[in-house]
Design a protein around this ligand. Structure first.
Ligand SMILES: Cc1cc2nc3c(=O)[nH]c(=O)nc-3n(C[C@H](O)[C@H](O)[C@H](O)COP(=O)(O)OP(=O)(O)OC[C@H]3O[C@@H](n4cnc5c(N)ncnc54)[C@H](O)[C@@H]3O)c2cc1C
Length: 417
């Protein structure tokens, strides 16, 4: 079933009876060429590109809950390519280019909206850092415009420019940045993978990884044993638990990150805006809710809900930046489990076990990475060599100390750095 304007009109006029399920609900086979553990954004995109780019179709995605029930459907939906360091720049640049063609590629409306991101700065030092970052983005082939205070005021007149502690000096504007509808991204990749023959198996928890003579031979699941010579661990916040099934201890801590949504309002925030003196980012959804978030909760946890002090901390930052949001009623909040790496950058790599691959360490920022992560993970699983744009995302960087510090680059325990 393909989507088109004609199809939507025809279905609308004939009672919407012709739509079929987006994907099949197959029974697991006893053996596949490759298994992807985890039906989040990264697992589904890995399966999609394994099939599309590498012609591997005898593969399964094993998901312990339902597709898109993890972080991919819980994030604040920001998509951007505004990284500073080589290693990250080319990866996120590649990802944004994939985003820009994603809806045509998947024949699915993921509501990718390039409404522009403005990262505010509040001091001379922050302005210099923003200028350096902007230059790095332009050198990478992406877009960046340094706005002064009046430039920001024209675009975001509702901000508190003269806040006594944190006056706004300007902002780094990334016009191609924006948002996408998070769960639609999971559904789009799931549908695309299914159409290419990938088995998407829900309610199928991996409980063990079978290894013989240093090679992976399959997995144990709540729906029986499944054999495969290649297994990808793509489980985000559960990476430590799943890798432990193969006897591995990862440099990853799992932490809660919360998101918040207000009641629906008329359009007021046209862009994605981030505060420079606290961790706060905000956009407005197409339904009108203000969608915002901030820091992780700062304790390791597997709970998909957060605590009130962090909610207060985030909302205080929002009120400092744009006091008018204090009038909005908050409707909902929820949490997701973040796979925090020590240097804030991800891992897409082989492991010391032949046929076992690892994709993790996405911290706050793995939603925008979904296309490139799947692209590079599929390349790695199919060819056994890292893709060039993910060449720095190796596990051994934590042994050698050659980290890839970017963004805050303070890992999960900011207070210890
Ligand atoms: C509140 C919040 C806000 C965020 N905001 C942004 C943002 O604005 N921009 C951005 O780029 N990123 C953001 N992120 C980060 C982003 O959502 C994640 O980095 C990314 O979604 C993680 O990859 P994933 O989609 O594959 O993870 P998930 O969707 O969590 O997928 C992992 C899957 O593995 C499954 N699984 C785990 N264990 C097993 C097992 N044993 N067997 C089978 N299946 C298993 C889980 O059930 C889950 O479905 C945010 C995250 C949160 C929580």
């Amino acid at each position: 079933m393909r989507f088109s304007a004609l199809k939507i009109i025809r279905e609308g006029l004939t009672g919407n009876k012709g739509w079929t399920p987006h994907w099949r609900d197959p029974e697991p086979k006893s053996e596949y060429d490759a298994i992807v553990i985890g039906g989040g954004g990264h697992g589904l995109s890995t399966a999609y590109y394994l099939a599309k780019n590498h012609g591997m179709t005898n593969i399964a995605v094993l998901e312990k809950g339902y597709l898109g029930g993890g972080n991919v459907g819980r994030n604040t939906t920001i998509v951007r390519a505004n990284y500073f360091l080589p290693g990250n720049s080319e990866f996120y640049s590649h990802s944004l280019k994939l985003w820009e063609g994603l809806e045509e590629d998947l024949n699915y409306n993921v509501m990718h909206s390039q409404r522009g991101i403005i990262n505010l700065f509040h001091s001379d030092g922050q302005r210099d850092a923003a200028a350096r970052r902007g230059n790095a983005m332009i050198n990478q082939g992406d877009d960046a415009i340094l706005l002064d205070r009046e430039g920001v005021r024209k675009m975001l007149p509702y901000l508190d420019f003269d806040n006594a502690r944190f006056p706004i000096y300007g902002g780094l504007y990334h016009p191609r940045g924006g948002t996408a509808r998070h769960d639609a991204v999971a559904w789009g990749y799931a549908r695309g993978a299914d159409q290419r023959g990938v088995d998407l198996i829900q309610n199928c928890e991996v409980t063990g990884i079978d290894i013989e003579n240093g090679k992976v031979t399959g997995v144990q699941t709540t729906r029986g044993a499944i054999r495969a010579k290649k297994v990808g661990m793509v489980v985000a916040g559960r990476s430590g638990q799943v890798a432990a099934m193969a006897g591995m201890r990862l440099p990853i801590e799992s932490h809660v990150l919360q998101a918040f949504v207000t009641e629906g309002l008329k359009p007021v925030i046209d862009h994605v805006v981030t505060f420079g003196m606290g961790h706060f980012y905000i956009s407005q959804s197409d339904k009108g809710g203000l969608v915002f978030g901030g820091d992780i909760d700062f304790y390791a946890s597997y709970a998909q809900r957060g605590n009130l002090p962090t909610a207060e901390h985030v909302i205080e930052a929002g009120m400092t930046l744009m006091p008018m949001i204090g009038k909005a009623k908050m409707l909902r909040s929820w949490g997701g489990i973040m796979d925090m790496s020590p240097d804030g950058s991800p891992i897409i790599d082989r492991t010391h076990i032949e046929g076992l691959y690892l994709n993790t360490g996405w911290c706050y920022g793995g939603f925008k990475a979904v296309p490139a992560s799947g692209w590079c993970m599929a390349h790695l699983m199919a060819t056994d060599t890292p893709h060039e744009v993910a060449a720095r995302y190796r596990l051994d960087r934590f042994e050698t100390g050659r980290g890839l510090l970017d963004e805050e680059g303070t890992g999960s325990q900011h207070n210890l750095h």
